[in-house]
Design a protein around this ligand. Structure first.
Ligand SMILES: [Fe+2]
Length: 620
């Protein structure tokens, strides 16, 4: 969701200078400070997902270990950590259990809390100036001890409790830290011994993408703690060696105030390997494994290639705004409650061979500057993305930042500015930070743009999309589907897309007879009539099964659908229904599509029941 960036940017800068000069004078009355704290918290709340949890790394950590002299933190895993496991953290010797007691998982372990005082100004970005931080490393996750139902019922002098954490291999070691006094005024009671992963170099989180429209090559991208090139074994004896890349803290962007990605949210991404499997047949099933004898191998994974452009039939799934849901009861800085249910439902579709490819059109992981969360996202999508082509478009939460060249100057990427996104999801784009491309699968040409990069007439992206759509051979691919992140048409209140985007780009859709337009960003499902310039140019008619059918033999205008309902907390619709809005559903789910040469069948599937809640067809 979006924002009045101009105001935010200037309020932030003004506050920075005001607070900086006031603090340096050391005469700040606490009542004035309180007012500024309150003001800046509310100013930032909707822009950088400031939460109680997110604020904890901006606090001076008092040491209250003296109150619990015999406290011990025991971890169920005595040996080194596996790649994916649940760890039980048991705290014993607690003298006075309180509902404000909590445990954080921190990585790397033994973070030096003393150096951060020098960075005090950097943390003003969150609007939290009440206490400045000593906990330099943002916890990967945290949860309250009261999640153990017996914890607060203890009647003895030395109490204990156990909670479970889902831990995946994030390469650098972790520790569990016990705090009391809640998230807002925490004091540190004790730390576990550091735990390391059995194999921090393990090749993990492999996911596939297409490099072209032939269906004969697939790019596999994965993560490892090792920079030495590794291999993919596939097709009964073929081997391809990886190219290796990574990104550093220096690659993250910042403004007047350092971003989360630049400092407290940083986590070492290890090395990102990619290799292209070639010589495959379209619409075929193979298997691969990746790694090396030095660092170990993945399991053998079965995958399918998409159909070649120009062939007949395609089954694909599309959605936006998924993110990740923790598998334990933890808090994280940004949780998308529907992501788990959606990825489980799509996994079932993939397991029944019902999917040729997936399109995730922006707002991918919501790591937004807290880099360890990319690993958790890649882990979550693996059952799908390791088996079929997982194509992406960029969203505001990957790209936007103040003074970074994004169209919308919000801090929504937390300082990532698209760098982790394009490293983890290398799409067939022309160049870095130009994340637009097209691809053909069976009877469909997909034109995929970035709403976050300049799309004004005569801009590089505008010229590209104009040429791309004009050059489509509709004999070869009768369907033209246009995708991006921010919608042109949505009923959701607080519309964050400027009308200029619609005014500038919509004429190209009509000129090129685009059949279907898919966007995300608003967190619900909404389908329009055949629409142009906010007017219905045609309405669908019911077919013999009662399904809304748009007859594009008499083309009038594109049909638009917002599909940002794949994980982020849902947006409610206003009571007033716009004349162009034909279906509105605020449920978690995904769009399931089946294209033949004459029919484009689309269904909105609610993820937890897998029931179809909307169906429509476009025919030609
Ligand atoms: Fe968005």
């Amino acid at each position: 969701m979006e924002s009045s960036n101009f105001v935010l940017k200037h309020v932030t800068i003004l506050l920075f200078f005001f607070i900086s000069s006031s603090i340096s004078a050391t005469t700040f009355p606490s009542s004035s400070l309180d007012r500024i704290v309150t003001h800046t918290k509310s100013a930032h709340k909707n822009f950088t997902a400031v939460s109680e949890f997110r604020l904890i790394n901006r606090r001076i950590l008092k040491d209250c270990s003296v109150l619990n002299p015999v406290l011990k933190i025991n971890i169920s895993s005595n040996s080194r950590l596996s790649d994916d496991q649940f760890v039980t953290v048991t705290v014993t010797g607690v003298s006075n259990p309180s509902d404000g007691d909590w445990v954080a998982m921190i990585s790397p372990a033994n973070s030096n809390v003393e150096t951060c005082i020098l960075n005090e100004f950097y943390y003003l970005q969150t609007g939290d100036t009440a206490k400045l931080p000593l906990l330099c490393h943002y916890p990967v996750k945290a949860q309250y001890m009261k999640n153990d139902p017996n914890y607060l019922n203890c009647k003895t002098e030395e109490c204990s409790g156990s909670i479970k954490f889902h831990v995946i291999n994030i390469r650098s070691d972790i520790e569990f830290v016990f705090f009391s006094n809640g998230f807002l005024d925490p004091c540190i009671v004790g730390r576990s011994t550091p735990l390391s992963f059995a194999n921090p170099k393990k090749p993990l989180y492999g996911h596939l993408s297409s490099i072209d429209s032939t269906g004969t090559s697939m790019k596999l991208t994965w993560v490892s703690g090792d920079k030495v090139p590794q291999h993919v074994h596939y097709l009964d004896g073929k081997t391809v060696t990886s190219t290796v890349t990574t990104f550093s803290q220096a690659d993250m962007c910042s403004s007047v105030l350092p971003s989360p990605a630049k400092d407290f949210g940083w986590h070492d991404p290890g090395f990102i390997h990619s290799a292209i499997m070639t010589g495959l047949k379209p619409s075929s099933t193979y298997s691969y494994k990746y790694g090396s004898n030095l660092v170990g191998w993945s399991e053998q994974i079965q995958f399918s290639t998409p159909p070649a452009g120009g062939s007949d039939e395609l089954k694909f799934i599309a959605f936006g705004d998924m993110g990740k849901t923790p598998l334990d009861a933890s808090e994280e800085h940004y949780i998308q409650p529907g992501a788990l249910s959606v990825i489980k439902a799509i996994t079932k579709e993939v397991n029944t061979n019902n999917v040729n490819s997936v399109f995730h059109i922006g707002d991918i992981s919501y790591a937004t500057g807290f880099l360890a969360e990319w690993d958790f996202f890649l882990h979550l999508i693996k059952p799908v993305a390791s088996r079929v082509s997982y194509m992406t478009a960029i969203g505001n939460h990957e790209r936007d930042y103040i003074d970074s060249g994004s169209v919308y100057e919000t801090p929504d990427s937390g300082g990532e500015c698209g760098v982790p996104y394009e490293t983890y999801f290398p799409m067939p784009t022309a160049a870095k930070d130009k994340p637009w491309y097209s691809i053909e699968q069976a009877s469909v040409h997909f034109t995929i743009i970035s709403t976050e990069h300049n799309w004004s007439p005569n801009s590089e992206q505008y010229e590209w999309m104009k040429n791309d759509m004009a050059s489509v051979n509709r004999q070869n691919t009768p369907w033209l589907i246009f995708m991006g992140h921010r919608p042109m048409y949505t009923s959701t209140k607080g519309l964050s897309v400027g009308r200029k985007f619609t005014d500038d780009v919509e004429p190209l859709l009509l000129e090129n007879k685009v059949d279907l337009v898919l966007f995300g960003h608003e967190h619900n499902y909404e389908r329009t009539c055949s629409i142009y310039e906010r007017q219905c140019k045609a309405m669908p008619t019911k077919d013999q099964n009662g399904i809304d059918t748009y007859d594009n033999r008499n083309y009038t205008a594109p049909v638009h659908a917002v599909i940002g309902m794949a994980g982020f907390k849902l947006d409610k619709f206003p009571n007033k229904i716009q004349s162009w809005s034909l279906k509105r559903i605020a449920e978690f789910g995904y769009l399931r599509a089946h294209a033949t040469r004459n029919d484009l069948n689309l269904e909105f599937v609610k993820s937890d029941t897998r029931q179809v809640q909307d169906s429509f067809r476009i025919t030609k």
